[in-house]
Ligand binder design. Structure first.
Ligand code: SF4
Length: 451
């Protein structure tokens, strides 16, 4: 008799990219729906084995079902163990969902995964009836559980996206976008990096296996592949090899990667473009020298970065730069320096992201209050120059100004204002019922006009 697992990713009315930020998750102010790759890998490992089976219930692709309907679905599945994939921004609702499952299905074995529960493990064990807290990446845990030994990134399976309605993982342009991992973690050592504290040492997947991943996604009819590596071009020769293989096999696919700008040169970009690269994302962080010195380990001069951005754009590859707004040391002056740097870099797309203090290890008496519900912010005791409201105002202002100057006022309104306001509206109405999931479900339906 196989041991049956039910893997659940809940949805509470707010769009969250749950495997971002080292699986703390990020609240998205866009309509993109990202898969959670470690969750899909875990389900694949279980189903590939003789002794286990898994059902994957991703509320995002089941029509964004809300907690009350999700509970009904869960009740209709026979399982021995259930795992909820949590996120920092929804941890209180995730804990409440776990409680409701324990109440409604007597004797159920409920486990939690995700980096937020790693940091809250001792509080959860003392204060809830959750049976097990998985304090490492879920796919690594499941690999060991099934095989009785540690698994490397090369032991991970080709993710079986057919376990879910993968065609619902779509980007803002309604293209099917699926993710792949060609490497994990990062050899750079920036302070406060949530990836390196969760994934530990950098590891890369054999090019043969990455090719298998790519072929399987192409066979599914994917429009875009997004490499979720933190530092995709860490090893230039390896990526050149991968690109040559894609080209020589005649695979026609559009893909995106995230990497360090300083690792890119013309030879590499030419080959990556020929292999299908259309968007490269990179982290610039801050326009202030002192802040950069504290938070970024690999500092490159602005002129050099600008030259690389221009080179990439001249090749017809789009560029997306990330900037962090609201470091504890940030003031209005340093924020403005960051905005001016973004204008100078002139990437095609920008993301101004709120700084989150996810460096919580060692903090005493940590409770779920350390995370702000439905926000990309922490509540640690870190001393900040600016308030969360001031930081969010700056993010909205910069996003709108940038879009307006690069596109149009209409686009700034449609993209930065309308979607953000819609999210804010939902968040303000559900924040107070994060632990009353029936009321939360009703409110989201009312706001979305679904009843
Ligand atoms: S570049 Fe720095 S912040 Fe980015 S993944 Fe590497 S260590 Fe983390």
């Amino acid at each position: 008799m196989k041991e049956r697992f039910l893997l659940v990713r809940p949805y509470y009315g707010v769009n969250i990219h749950t495997d971002a930020q080292g699986e703390f998750g990020t609240v998205l102010h866009s309509r993109d729906v990202f898969p959670d790759l470690p969750l899909i890998n875990a389900a694949t490992i279980l189903n590939d084995s003789d002794d286990y089976s898994a059902v994957l219930l991703d509320a995002y692709v089941e029509g964004k079902i809300l907690p009350d309907d999700l509970l009904q679905k869960i009740s209709s599945v026979k399982f021995d163990k259930l795992i909820i994939k949590t996120a920092a921004a929804t941890i209180k609702s995730d804990l409440e969902l776990a409680r409701m499952i324990k109440d409604s299905i007597p004797g159920s074995y409920v486990m939690l995964a995700g980096q937020a529960v790693r940091t809250l493990k001792s509080w959860i064990c003392k204060n809830t009836r959750v049976d097990e807290v998985i304090d490492e990446p879920l796919d690594k845990y499941i690999y060991r559980y099934v095989n009785g030994r540690e698994g490397t990134i090369n032991d991970m399976p080709v993710p079986d996206y057919s376990l879910v309605d993968y065609k619902s993982y779509r980007d803002d342009n309604d293209k099917i976008r699926l993710t792949v991992l060609a490497s994990r973690s990062c050899p750079l050592n920036c302070a406060y990096c949530p990836y390196i504290q969760y994934y530990n040492a950098y590891e890369s997947r054999d090019v043969d296996k990455v090719m298998e991943d790519i072929r399987s996604l192409v066979a599914l009819g994917v429009d875009i592949i997004q490499f979720r590596d933190q530092f995709f071009t860490c090893d230039k020769e390896r990526i050149m090899d991968l690109c040559r293989r894609i080209i020589s096999e005649g695979i026609k696919i559009s893909w995106i990667c995230e990497t360090e700008l300083s690792s890119l040169d013309e030879e590499l970009i030419d080959l990556m473009k020929e292999a299908g690269l259309f968007l490269v994302c990179f982290d610039i962080k801050s326009g202030n020298k002192e802040i950069l010195g504290k938070y970024k380990s690999n500092i490159v001069d602005k002129a050099g970065q600008k030259k690389t951005v221009d080179m990439i754009r001249s090749k017809g590859v789009k560029t997306m730069a990330f900037y962090t707004i609201g470091f504890p040391e940030d003031t209005w002056i340093t924020l403005y320096e960051t905005f001016k740097l973004a204008e100078y870099m002139d990437s095609d797309i920008v993301a101004f992201n709120e700084f989150t203090d996810f460096h919580l290890d060692g903090m005493e008496d940590m409770t779920p209050d350390v995370f702000c519900s439905f926000q990309n912010a922490g509540n640690s005791c870190m001393k900040m120059n600016l308030t969360h409201d001031e930081i969010r105002y700056a993010i909205e202002l910069f996003s709108m100004k940038y879009t307006e100057s690069h596109d149009s006022v209409e686009k700034a309104f449609a993209y930065n204002y309308t979607i953000t306001m819609d999210n804010k509206n939902v968040i303000s109405k559900i924040a107070e019922c994060e632990c009353d999931l029936m009321e939360l479900s009703n409110r989201v339906r009312r706001i979305r006009g679904l009843e």
